[in-house]
Design a protein around this ligand. Structure first.
Ligand SMILES: *Cc1c(COP(=O)(O)O)cnc(C)c1O
Length: 393
């Protein structure tokens, strides 16, 4: 049994491409070409070169000594927070901008919620000199002013989504509409392992550089390529997909996916998709999502903007349904305290998304001889105001 995708884009019963007829040519062009292009030596060379010289890879695999002592186990942090632009998202946008180049696309569109993916997309568009249009809910534009400013400085046009709840879901609808109207010259950069096939697989492959590095870095440090556990937070699931990728079919490696429970799984203010979600279709793929009895998507909530998503990518839906990965949900309070603990013990201020993953140590015991690799998906600079407000600093 493989936990990876099949040719039709399914992970078990999840995935596929549930798209309107008018989107078919765009998605089909990508599907027919993405593996071929990614296998080209010149593509690989350019991707690797940019990851090295522009992003700053490999990101360190850091043995967190004081954190390990506190929890009496061996903890390594995969430092995606040290990447250019401060998170793992750039791995995917670099890959997709090169893909767009190879497909002859001149115009890039993206949707963004908190603005992190918008910034990562605007960054690579500036790098390549391509036009960049980012759709963003009007409410999010007001809430995330610094990221809006960053995107503008990087040359992107930010277009407000004015319909519905004026947040991420509405921005996604606008981006899809744009793509339907501009099928020839435009590439749509999706920011996580979500969307119609081939996006989840393509994004997972671009992010898999994370676990490829973990393998040789752990070999250097521990004399083996496989940790006992890999821990990562899950919004749509791209940093987790990257950290898990090389280990998906290595069932002696335990995978731990951490979701945001918000104010509590049963509070009505949560983003714990595996605990609360049921099978449904969102953004063109069949997956687990939070919905009402009559199938309306439920508004998610998390203190962390990056985890505030009502669904999860199809790879993760399958990892949950098959029991291949362990799923844990962490509240706002648990995450904030775990984030603060990392500051004090290791001198690292994590993104609040990553703080959710860090809270695993208070919620679950590991053995002293076990090796735990945790994906530190991003840095906390963007979350400073949240930390200030929460701790009254
Ligand atoms: C966007 C983001 C996430 C959540 O997205 P995934 O696709 O689940 O990885 C997690 N951490 C950080 C720092 C982010 O910016």
């Amino acid at each position: 049994m493989s936990y990876n995708v099949n040719e039709k884009g399914y992970y078990g019963e999840f995935g596929g491409a549930y798209i309107p007829e008018m989107l078919y040519p765009n998605v089909e062009e990508l599907r027919q070409n993405y593996l071929k292009i990614m296998a080209e030596p010149s593509f690989k060379e350019e991707f690797d070169q940019l990851l090295k010289d522009y992003v700053g890879r490999p990101s360190p695999l850091y043995f967190a000594k004081r954190l390990s002592e506190k929890y009496n186990t061996k903890i390594y942090l995969k430092r995606e927070d040290l990447n250019h632009t401060g998170a793992h998202k750039i791995n995917n946008t670099i890959g997709q901008i090169l893909m767009a180049n190879r497909l002859g696309k001149k115009r890039i569109i993206a949707e963004t919620g908190a603005g992190q993916h918008g910034v990562a997309t605007a960054t690579v568009c500036a790098l390549m000199g391509l036009e960049c249009i980012v759709y963003m809910g009007e409410i999010d534009i007001a809430r995330q002013a610094p990221n809006v400013a960053r995107m503008k400085m990087l040359g992107a046009t930010v277009i407000p989504a004015l319909s519905g709840s004026r947040t991420l879901k509405d921005a996604t609808n606008e981006a899809i509409r744009d793509w339907i109207n501009n099928p020839v010259d435009t590439h749509y950069i999706i920011g996580s392992v979500v969307g119609p096939h081939p996006y989840p697989d393509m994004v997972a492959r671009f992010q898999s550089v994370v676990s490829q590095e973990i393998e040789w870095q752990l070999q250097e440090k521990e004399g083996r390529t496989k940790p006992d556990h890999v821990v990562a937070c899950v919004g749509g699931g791209s940093n987790a997909a990257g950290a898990f990728y090389q280990y998906l079919d290595e069932t002696d490696v335990n995978l731990i996916a951490v979701e945001a429970a918000g104010l509590g799984v049963d509070s009505g203010e949560s983003a714990a998709t595996s605990a609360l979600g049921r099978e449904g279709i969102i953004h063109g793929s069949k997956t687990l999502l939070m919905q009402t009895d009559d199938g309306q998507i439920t508004e998610p909530y998390s203190i962390s903007a990056g985890l505030d998503y009502p669904g999860v990518g199809p790879m993760h839906a399958n990892l949950f349904a098959t029991g291949r990965a362990e799923f844990i949900s962490i509240t706002d309070d648990e995450a904030m305290n775990a984030g603060m603990e990392l500051c004090k013990l290791e001198g690292i201020i994590p993104a609040i998304e990553s703080s959710h993953a860090l809270a695993v140590f208070k919620n679950r015991k590991f053995k002293p001889e076990e090796v735990v690799v945790l994906s530190l998906s991003g840095r906390g600079d963007k979350d400073l105001q949240n930390y200030i407000d929460y701790f009254k600093i």
